[in-house]
Design a protein around this ligand. Structure first.
Ligand SMILES: *Cc1c(COP(=O)(O)O)cnc(C)c1O
Length: 494
């Protein structure tokens, strides 16, 4: 299997290892496979009997033709082991008759980014060897909190890779700061900067684009690489949990082999929900995909009107991981629906005008598979409360956005198929908002909110967030925003 750019009609020539190492195509497009492998009913039956790591290796082997099954199984076992994912990687938890929560947050940072970031670095590490790279990859990340921690946990102690994370010293919560400052691992570094998130991001971008810096690194045996969410190595592993969820539905007797089901995904960058679409193209019987947004409802508008328009207000919500106006992975859906020429034109218009409109037949094709709904702040809070009171299920803010969207879809469509709702973060990851929703009281501080939520709901704080305040702080450094280059060099020289 080979890969090509979403924006080019040239023949696919790159291997999986090459695209995982490279990230973005030369023309600015995203990498896509030239064919979609299939998943037969017989294979699904066999997958039902496997554990999550073996399911993952089996599905990934279909896409990553230049990795052996043994390599993938070794990596999946290491990524999704019982110690990191206590109780299993992607369990299905019943909410009520029709809704099942697919909990993707049992990993080392209690959020769904772990599902991709635990495996992707291992795939990259092998890609370096497969492509004859002798240098060490240096991953630089600017973070407003959650992605940085998930990346640190994913890359820590992975051979041939080092990672350095920058965060704005006053721009992350106390919990997030503690999570990063107490990071362990032999190849990690964390540095706060005096500035905001944009300063951190601009600083990282400037370093990536700095030729003198690249030369200096090269001399030391390093090159820059990125942990970007559009990397194929982050997308492919996400196909697995839809296959796995269907197996679990079958194993639980909730449907019969061949019966279809729906999924509802709290969406930001469109990566997670696009993985569901790929699973469907492979033959997994997904009937419909509900794309759930918060007040930043650019995708809802797109799926209803065919116009994607970034020229709009941006809102900070209590589901911050979906506060996004550029859903990069939508480009991959456009490619599969409209082809590379139109995709290149849409992306060109987006760059020039911040806006594009797809043709009526393209929209109609997309709407066969997708519907968009959005949930505002008040309704998100109310959904957390009612889901907890009626069904005893404690949802985080992102999951609540999806639960409400799924309810709206069912109301409008009368579709009675089982609905898999992606639960993308532990309620403890956003403890103060969840605490307020279920108790109508404010938590004392964001750190205290963890214990207060546990006491109020009689649930347990997940291990990545428990006892944070008493862990050893390993990183205390704060630098000026124009000192980031020096901080990188100091780390590499140490
Ligand atoms: C990243 C993230 C999302 C959005 O996922 P996309 O793949 O970007 O659509 C939703 N919820 C949480 C908690 C996240 O961290």
């Amino acid at each position: 299997m080979f890969y090509k750019s979403t924006r080019s009609n040239q023949k696919a020539v790159k291997t999986a290892a090459e695209v995982i190492k490279q990230g973005l195509a030369e023309d600015g497009g995203l990498f896509v496979p030239d064919t979609i492998p299939t998943l037969s009913q017989g294979e699904i039956e066999a997958l039902c009997k496997m554990d999550y790591p073996t399911r993952a290796a089996t599905v990934l082997a279909k896409f990553l033709g230049d990795y052996t099954f043994e390599e993938l199984l070794e990596d999946c076992r290491a990524a999704y082991d019982e110690k990191s994912f206590v109780g299993g990687a992607a369990p299905l938890v019943n909410i009520h008759d029709q809704f099942e929560s697919l909990e993707l947050w049992h990993g080392p940072t209690a959020a769904f980014k772990d599902m991709a970031l635990q495996i992707m670095p291992r795939l990259l590490s092998r890609a370096l060897i497969k492509t004859g790279e002798t240098r060490t990859a240096l991953i630089l990340v600017a973070t407003s909190g959650d992605t940085g921690k998930a990346a640190l946990e994913g890359y820590k102690d992975v051979p041939h890779i080092k990672i350095m994370v920058f965060y704005p010293v006053d721009g992350v919560s106390r919990v997030q700061k503690l999570q990063m400052a107490t990071q362990t691992g032999s190849n990690v570094n964390v540095c706060a900067i005096r500035g905001n998130f944009d300063d951190a991001q601009n600083g990282v971008k400037a370093i990536f684009g700095d030729k003198a810096m690249a030369d200096a690194l090269n001399e030391k045996g390093y090159f820059f690489s990125s942990a970007n969410s559009i990397n194929w190595g982050r997308l492919a592993p996400q196909i697995v949990y839809y296959v796995s969820a269907y197996c679990d539905l079958l194993n639980a007797g909730k449907c019969k082999l061949g019966d279809s089901f729906n999924v509802c995904v709290p969406t930001g960058n469109f990566g997670n929900i696009f993985a569901a679409y790929l699973a469907k193209l492979m033959g997994l019987p997904i009937h419909h995909m509900v794309c759930a947004s918060n007040t930043n409802n650019i995708l809802t508008d797109f799926l209803r009107t065919g116009t994607y328009d970034r020229n709009r207000d941006f809102y900070l919500t209590m589901s911050p991981s979906m506060d996004i106006l550029i859903s990069s992975n939508l480009e991959r859906l456009l490619y599969f629906t409209a082809g590379s020429e139109k995709t290149a034109a849409y992306m060109d218009a987006l760059k020039k005008n911040g806006c594009y409109t797809v043709e009526a037949e393209v929209l109609a094709e997309i709407r066969k598979n997708f519907s968009g709904y959005f949930t505002d702040e008040k309704t998100t809070e109310a959904t957390i409360r009612t889901t907890y009171e009626k069904y005893g299920y404690l949802a985080d803010t992102h999951t609540a956005v999806a639960i409400h969207a799924a309810e709206e879809y069912v109301k409008e469509s009368n579709d009675t198929r089982p609905m898999i709702i992606d639960s993308t973060a532990s309620p403890y990851k956003f403890a103060n908002n969840v605490y307020r929703a279920v108790t109508d009281k404010e938590a004392t501080t964001d750190l205290d909110a963890l214990d207060e939520l546990a006491a109020a709901t009689n649930t347990e704080i997940p291990y990545p967030l428990a006892g944070l305040a008493s862990r050893k702080v390993n990183f205390e450094k704060t630098v000026e925003k124009d000192q980031m280059v020096a901080a990188v060099l100091e780390y590499l020289n140490a």
